[in-house]
Design a protein around this ligand. Structure first.
Ligand SMILES: [Zn+2]
Length: 159
C-alpha cells in the first residue's frame, strides 16, 4: 500500500510544482515505488520463515552407504541420524545428521518440546532442567549448562 504513495505522489507533485517536469516526476515516482516494492518483498520472504515450536516425535538411525569416488569401487558406510519433529500446526520437520555430527539426535529425546530459531538455524529445548549441556542458539557451540554466556561468541544462552 505504501508503495502507491510515491507512485501517485510524484506525478501529482509534477503537476503542481512548476519546475518539476511531469514526465520526470513520473519516472522518479515509479523508481521509488519499485525500490520500496523490492524491499517489501525481501521483508516478506524473511517473515515467511517464522520461528516454530514442536514436539520430537521420532528418532531413527540408519546405516547408509555412499561411493566416495568413481575409481573407488568400495562403498563407505555411514550412520544417518534422523530426528522428526511435529510442529504445532501439524507439519513434519526432520533434522538429518551424519556420523559424529549427530548433536541434535543426541541432545533431543522423543517427547521433548523444542523451538526452532530460523535466523540461526538452531533448535532450543524447552525443558533444560535435566541437562548438563546447552547449545548456543547463535553459533551452535556446546556449553556447560552452568554458563550464562556462550564461551565462543559470548552471546547470552537461552535458559
Ligand atoms: Zn555462541
Amino acid at each position: 500500500m505504501l508503495t502507491l504513495v510515491p507512485l501517485i505522489g510524484f506525478p501529482v507533485a509534477g503537476l503542481l510544482v512548476e519546475n518539476l517536469p511531469f514526465t520526470e516526476a513520473v519516472v522518479i515516482g515509479v523508481g521509488i515505488a519499485l525500490v520500496m516494492f523490492i524491499v517489501n518483498l525481501f521483508a516478506l520472504r524473511r517473515a515467511s520463515r517464522p520461528m516454530w515450536e514442536g514436539v520430537v516425535e521420532d528418532k531413527t538411525r540408519k546405516e547408509r552407504s555412499e561411493r566416495r569416488s568413481s575409481e573407488d569401487s568400495n562403498d563407505s558406510t555411514y550412520i544417518e541420524y534422523t530426528t522428526v519433529i511435529r510442529t504445532q500446526d501439524g507439519k513434519k520437520k526432520t533434522i538429518v545428521e551424519k556420523d559424529s555430527g549427530n548433536h541434535m539426535y543426541d541432545y533431543l529425546s522423543v517427547g521433548d518440546r523444542v523451538r526452532y530459531h530460523p535466523a540461526f538455524g538452531t533448535y532450543e529445548k524447552y525443558d533444560k532442567s535435566k541437562d548438563r549441556i546447552i547449545y548456543c542458539n547463535v553459533c551452535s557451540m556446546m556449553n556447560p549448562i552452568k554458563n550464562d554466556r556462550c564461551k565462543r561468541c559470548d552471546n547470552l544462552l537461552f535458559k
